[in-house]
Every structure is written in structure tokens, then in C-alpha cells.
Design a binder for this molecule. Structure first.
Ligand SMILES: [Zn+2]
Length: 316
């Protein structure tokens, strides 16, 4: 299912509402004029709403914290029926992905190309969808994302990866974080903010459950649909430090296998970059990695992510 993160809210317990609202704000990115759209659709029957409109209503409820809105339960139910649209993880190396990200803006999703493509991906709201969902274009003839109305789309025939982690990385590269950091600032923050160690002395925080879940993938390939779950789970562990107002946090990665080393290190770096770029208190993350091969992989990929040449070519 596409909205896997809503599953735990099916029964809608009152004590879980704050967590639900914060998850909605993490996952859903709505158009700037969403309130205007909301006003037009607020009285419609749920069955007449599109997926994008349901997301807007959900977002609106999370902002106004209007729990009396009887639509909440129905919308969650409807969204859970939507199948997963994520595409396979690309077999690109990190260097190749970085090259693609740098060139993304030149491969605009213009209307003329639409007939030669099936799928579009948006690196603003991270949705992947069939091109027949596209309804609006801007004055330059660029197609706009039906979910967030931004011109940050690209098509499948451009042969650019269309999986979650690539979109997440691109979004960070072209975006400004909640703290106002652009990617070059995030690179600097990463350089200072991540300390990789194999020391036993670190006291790690919770997250045991998450690492048990991660264990499943020590010997097999991580499916593409799991990427968003892994990024969110690491983010949630880091968010516990942020909530306490801690300056430093520890992530202990118990990984025995030698499969998926690149995938795990990449997802880990992306989650840390996102957290450090968006959190106010947390400034330093100790990654405790006892698996020497994984440790080397993280160090190698981190080095590539903070490379100056990557920063120089940044658009803004
Ligand atoms: Zn979008």
C-alpha cells in the first residue's frame, strides 16, 4: 500500500492523534494554495474526492487539529486501499545518482513529451504516478504535479531513477529545509555532524524494534517500497533526541551481513542529513558501526555526499 504509514492509525485512538498529525505533516506535501482548494471540496462526499484532494483534507485536519472532523477515519480507510507505486531501486552508483540529480532541472517535464511517457515522478512531494493524472501546465508548458502543483516533475523515458531515496535526495538538493538550509549548508552540517565510530562506550537510544525489522534485509535485497520506511524509522529515532533537546544523539547499527551495504549506508546518510538540516537542537550524530565493511561503505559515501564539486554545480 502506498500510505503504509497510516496503517497504525486505522482504529484512530485519541492518544495516537498527535503522532498521526506529525506523520501527516512529515509525509504529505500539499500545494501552497491548499486552503482555497480545501474550501471548494470540504463539503463533498469522500467517494467523490481524488487521492490528491483526500490528502489536502487530511493535511488540513492535521493543521487545525479538528478531531471532530468525521472524515478523518473514512479518508484513512480510503487511502489505505491505494496500491504502492514505488519503482524498483535503481542500480546506479552514488556518483551516477549525483550526476543525475545535478542535471535534473534540464530534463523538464514539458507537455510535448507526455505522450511518450507513462510515469512521472515529483521531487518536491515525492509522489510517483501515471502521467494521465497530470491536469495542469504552467506558462512555460511544463506539467505540474497533481499533488503539490510544482514543476518538479520528470518522466520515466528520461531514464532517471524513480525510486523514493533518489527523489528524497533530489528534494534535499534543490530544496530549502525547515531551518532554511540549502544543500550546500547541509553538506557542511553533515561534515561536522556525523561521527562514525565502532566504540562500545556509546549509550544508544531506543529503536531496537526498528533494527530487528532491518535485520530482515541482512541477507536479501531491500525492496524499493521499504526505502521510505527505513528513512522514516531512522528519522523517528533521531527525533527522540530532538524532542529531549539533546545536542548529540547515537545511532547504533547492528548489521552482520555484507549485503545491502550501499543501500543501508545511503539511506542512513540521507536520514541523518534530513534530520540535521531540519532539527533545531540535534547537531551531532554518532554512528556506532561495528561491521567494518559497513563502516567503510558509510565513510566512502559520506565523503562523496559532501564533496565540493557536487556543491559547486548547485542551482539556486
Ligand atoms: Zn509533487
Amino acid at each position: 500500500m502506498k500510505y503504509w504509514w497510516l496503517e497504525k492509525y486505522q482504529n484512530l485512538e485519541v492518544k495516537k492523534l498527535p503522532e498521526l498529525f506529525s506523520d501527516i505533516q512529515y509525509f504529505l506535501i500539499v500545494p501552497k494554495n491548499y486552503i482555497q482548494i480545501y474550501k471548494k471540496i470540504e463539503n463533498l462526499e469522500i467517494s467523490n474526492l481524488s487521492e490528491e484532494e483526500m490528502c489536502i483534507i487530511l493535511y488540513r485536519i492535521s493543521i487545525t487539529k479538528n478531531v471532530k472532523n468525521c472524515k478523518l477515519h473514512q479518508i484513512i480507510h480510503q487511502l489505505l486501499l491505494i496500491p504502492d507505486t514505488s519503482l524498483p531501486i535503481s542500480d546506479y552508483t552514488l556518483a551516477e545518482m549525483i550526476e543525475e540529480i545535478k542535471g535534473l532541472k534540464e530534463k523538464k517535464a514539458i507537455l510535448e513529451k507526455i505522450q511518450f511517457n507513462n510515469i512521472a515522478a515529483c521531487y518536491h512531494c515525492l509522489n510517483i504516478f501515471y502521467v494521465d493524472r497530470i491536469q495542469s501546465i504552467n506558462k512555460k508548458g511544463e506539467c505540474l504535479c497533481p499533488f503539490c502543483r510544482k514543476n518538479k516533475l520528470y518522466y520515466d523515458n528520461e531514464l532517471i531513477p524513480m525510486n523514493y531515496s533518489f527523489l528524497f535526495h533530489s528534494k534535499m538538493y534543490y530544496g530549502i529545509s525547515d531551518l532554511g538550509c540549502n544543500f550546500s549548508k547541509i553538506q557542511k552540517i553533515l561534515k561536522k555532524g556525523i561521527i562514525i565510530t565502532n566504540s562500545n562506550k556509546m549509550n544508544s537510544l531506543k529503536g531496537k524494534e526498528f533494527y530487528r525489522y532491518l535485520k530482515k534485509y541482512e541477507k536479501k535485497v531491500i525492496p524499493s517500497k521499504e526505502e521510505s520506511k527505513i528513512i522514516k524509522a531512522i528519522y523517528d529515532i533521531l527525533f527522540l533526541y530532538e524532542k529531549k533537546g539533546d545536542y548529540q544523539g547515537v545511532l547504533e547499527i547492528n548489521w552482520e551481513g555484507n549485503k545491502n551495504l550501499f543501500e543501508i549506508s545511503y539511506l542512513l546518510i540521507l536520514s541523518c542529513a534530513f534530520a540535521l538540516g531540519n532539527f533545531f537542537y540535534l547537531k551531532q550524530i554518532f554512528l556506532v558501526v561495528r561491521n567494518e565493511n559497513l563502516k567503510k561503505e558509510i565513510e566512502k559515501n559520506l565523503k562523496q555526499m559532501i564533496k565540493k564539486s557536487y556543491k559547486k554545480l548547485q542551482y539556486n
